[in-house]
Design a protein around this ligand. Sequence first.
Ligand SMILES: [Zn+2]
Length: 209
Amino acid sequence: MAKESLHDPVQVIRDLKAGNQRFLDGISFQSHKSSLRKLKEYATKDQNPKAVVLCCSDSRAPVEMIFDQDIGDLFVIRVAGNVIAPSLVGSVEFAADTFGTNIVLVMGHTNCGAVKATLDHIEKDNQISTENIHDIVTRIKPHIYPIAQIPGLSHEEKLARSVNANVMASVGQLSYSSRLIEDLVQHGKLQIVGSVLDLSTGQVEFLNP
Ligand SMILES: [Zn+2]
């Protein structure tokens, strides 16, 4: 039986949107001093993150910074191309089961290198340098393949649509990725939400609020 969360998912999404707005406005609630104090407090007590964020490893997409969140706020899982693979599903299960975290935000971003590499692989039959990178590409490929086939669409437009499609595919896949997660989703105890960070503005767009 998964633990009950103390956080209201509707309020959590509001918090994240408000935090992103503070980031855009250049106003932050966080400071190094208060974060260090919080870290020391957490050292002797359990964590209670308000959300799981599964996002790309891209260095331009630092989750806590763009949502203006503090230490202990977010359980962050990062993987190139925000793909769904067994250890990542296990990480979501761990957070949901141990802390009762009831919301997962899947966050992609514009100009994603992993999605772009997959698109190039489809369009130009580019070679993938290693087996493990190939694993990531193979997971993204079926979700964006139909977009790559649309005639008359520019590469930029294909990439933008592929980023969104890849996020929503991860949202859908994660919902059915394990018995625990499927059960929590079906009983309304876990919400999985998609979003895309626009690197050119810093704004996060929520795809299914
Ligand atoms: Zn990326």
